[in-house]
Design a protein around this ligand. Structure first.
Ligand code: CAA
Length: 272
């Protein structure tokens, strides 16, 4: 998701540094971003190849991809963290960033399953923290959930919301509650879809077809699970704090077999 967030920011005239420890991830992210920006350019400029090329190169020119974020952190206006849902690691990183970032920097997390106040526990600048929760695929989904903790200042909340609008998103506000708005509602839906298939009420293919053709959803719940990652769903099930915690033998066994969804080439469906 970090690549998508970096992309939409760079596309809208923001200077962005994408940081990942792995050079391999950086190389594949750059490729993915270029492909995605090209899709956006094709839509925006249709047959105007010159304008399309300029848009792609301008966007890529505003983007740096580095394995050491030190220099970027020293002057950043905003840091958006999008690492794996590992609470101790997030807490450690935000403590470090709090030390090295200038006063002006707002520290934000893209977590979908954890509380922002837990993630920011060790941060001193409690008035300049918040949540910026994006949706997959980031370049396409128009929503951004802007989350404030009890100590987030109005100035920080307004700045995060203004940035969200500046990158072309429709922003909605939510308190620091587990799942925020979208996942709070998607959670029970996905859990019940899994329970139906585990009970043998219907096949996953038929549940997907039913929700697409009968409720107008762009993806069925099992396509969505594949898309967001079965490992993320397993993580939700293992979080004792989570309101939709519900053991799924099906998900556990698929994750054990390395079937994580689109990212691993197979989940409920197979992907090229
Ligand atoms: N970059 C740029 N553009 C992209 C893109 C990408 N990565 N992916 C798709 N697009 C564009 C395409 O260019 C295309 O544009 P046009 O319609 O103008 O041609 C458009 O999006 C549709 O793409 P496709 O034709 O390839 O595919 P589709 O019509 O099947 O749509 C989809 C794909 C947008 C993913 C659609 O299936 C969808 O909306 N699915 C639901 C996604 C969803 O629910 N996301 C939320 C997940 S929950 C989450 O993210 C929260 C969390 O905490 C993890």
């Amino acid at each position: 998701m970090g690549a998508g967030i970096a992309q939409v920011s760079a596309q809208t005239n923001h200077k962005v540094t994408l940081v990942d420890l792995s050079e391999k991830v950086l190389t594949s992210s750059e490729k993915r971003i270029r492909t995605s920006v090209s899709r956006v350019a094709k839509k925006l400029f249709k047959d105007d190849n010159k304008a399309s090329e300029a848009f792609i190169e301008d966007t890529m020119g505003r983007l740096s991809l580095v394995s050491d974020g030190g220099e970027a952190l020293a002057s950043a206006d905003l840091v958006v963290e999008a690492i794996t849902e590992n609470l101790p690691l997030k807490q450690r990183l935000f403590r470090e960033w709090d030390e090295v970032c200038p006063e002006k920097t707002i520290l934000a997390s893209n977590t979908s399953t954890l509380r922002i106040s837990d993630i920011m526990k060790n941060v001193k600048r409690q008035d300049r923290v918040g949540g910026l929760h994006f949706f997959n695929p980031v370049p396409v989904m128009k929503l951004l959930e802007v989350i404030r903790t009890d100590s987030t200042s109005d100035q920080t909340f307004n700045a995060m919301s203004a940035w969200g609008r500046a990158i072309g998103k429709h922003t909605v506000a939510c308190k620091d509650t587990i799942g925020f708005i979208v996942n709070r509602l998607l959670g029970p839906y996905i859990q019940e879809a899994l329970a139906m298939v585990e009970r043998g009420d219907a096949t996953f293919q038929d549940v997907d077809a039913a929700m697409k053709l009968g409720a107008g959803y762009p993806m069925g719940p099992f396509e969505l699970l594949d898309y967001t990652g079965l490992d993320l769903h397993k993580f939700i099930n293992e979080n004792p704090d989570h309101p939709f915690r519900q053991e799924s033998k099906l998900i556990n066994s698929m994750v054990e077999q390395g079937k994580l969804g689109v990212k691993s080439g197979e989940g409920f469906y197979k992907y090229k």
